[in-house]
Design a protein around this ligand. Structure first.
Ligand code: ADP
Ligand code: MG
Length: 357
């Protein structure tokens, strides 16, 4: 790897791809499904016999999904890959390879790209998934005063035994609703970053920082997804917020849901954010905050759902109900024994009131 000098900007396309290739080569041996990686016109993948491939793609856009002032480059790279791996987890898939398309403005500091790759490749190594290709382009200047923005697109390819995916549409009336980990931590950490952006600089080391930083270093629940594949009826990852992602699952399954407030695992950072006045309500962060990248799934009440998988706790948070025209899609049974409707209020692009996320 070239020496890091803060003032150095990205080398030409060919040199940049060569440096990505050299670094990614270390991840090639991680998957026996990868036959040809970076360097040819296409990568070649060979899934295990009797397996289907599943493919997902996710943008990480500067000033939408990350801010150069708030997110260290390592965090931006980690989050970019975590978005794709979390989608694979939600299908119960095993990652096979990932692809990274990068659009960079002229004069992007070389160190930013190197650190972005540090974050991305550290997470890739942890989940044994090779970076097998991508594309690299210069993004245009927006105008004379603005050099342009960074865009990264991750494509994640996974494999799973044929006919075994856990779709959003598989829930049945009477199913229990479960969630992995805790909710609202990512939203709480984002609020504290927005208030004090310099904080993220001290959290640059992905390995040490991971568990304590649900926003900067979310952990895709791949081990949990694979284990739950045989137990769950329906599964989705919580990227936009519990209220929004549960509504997706309800609509796809043609059902309604009742959540139990007392059972919601609220992240300690969300509780702390409410105590310090940073957020009005920890419950709201848990319901609508988004980007927790936990798994939300349903299973028959008789299923033997473990209390935790690979150290990540699992909580039952509600029940799927038959739909009713008189009832909202999601109701929350509160600690005060009231039933209140919960409208999907997580993240949605193109909504007029969108704040940056
Ligand atoms: P082509 O012009 O045939 O699309 P490229 O010159 O864009 O090929 O890419 C050459 C090789 O480098 C390909 O294997 C491609 O997948 C890989 N590559 C290009 N950009 C990236 C990137 N950002 N991350 C990973 N691999 C990349
Ligand atoms: Mg190309």
């Amino acid at each position: 790897m070239p020496r890091r000098t803060p003032s150095r900007t990205v080398p030409g396309e060919l040199a940049l791809i060569e440096s990505i290739r050299t670094r990614a080569a270390r991840t090639d041996s991680l998957s026996s499904a990868l036959k040809i990686g970076i360097g040819d016109d296409c990568a070649i993948l060979r899934p295990k016999p009797g397996h289907d491939l599943c493919v997902t793609t996710d943008f990480s856009l500067e000033n939408v999904h990350f801010h150069r002032d708030w997110h260290s480059p390592q965090s931006a790279g980690h989050r970019c890959l975590a978005r794709g791996l979390s989608d694979l987890a939600a299908m119960g898939a095993e990652p096979v390879a990932v692809f990274l398309s990068l659009a960079l403005p002229a004069h992007t500091p070389a160190a930013w790209v190197e650190d972005f790759l540090d974050g991305l490749l550290a997470l890739a190594a942890r989940h044994h998934v090779p970076l097998a290709g991508g594309d690299t382009a210069q993004s245009p200047a927006s105008n004379r005063n603005h050099p342009g923005l960074i865009a990264a697109d991750i494509v994640a390819v996974g494999q799973l035994p044929a006919r075994s995916p856990r779709l959003r549409s598989g829930a049945r009336p009477g199913d229990a609703i479960y969630v992995t980990g805790a909710l609202g931590g990512s939203g709480a950490e984002l609020l504290s970053l927005a208030r004090n952006p310099k904080k993220s600089r001290s959290f640059a080391a992905p390995k040490a920082a991971a568990p304590a930083h649900p926003h900067l270093y979310p952990q895709p629940r791949l081990a949990q997804g694979r284990r739950l594949r045989s137990l769950a009826h329906a599964m989705i990852d919580i990227s936009d917020g519990l209220s929004t992602d549960l509504a997706h699952l309800c609509r796809a399954s043609g059902l309604a849901a009742e959540l139990d407030e007392a059972a919601l695992p609220i992240h300690l950072l969300a509780v702390a954010a409410q105590r310090s006045g940073l957020a009005p309500s920890a419950l709201d962060l848990a319901l609508h905050g988004g980007e927790d990248y936990e798994l939300l799934f349903t299973a028959p009440p008789t299923a033997r759902i473990p209390r935790s998988i690979a150290g990540v706790p699992i909580h039952q948070i509600g029940t799927m109900r038959p739909p009713s025209r008189r009832q909202p899609l999601i109701v929350l049974s509160t600690c005060a024994s009231q039933k209140i409707p919960i409208a999907p209020a997580g993240w949605e692009h193109f909504r007029p009131e969108n704040r940056t996320k």
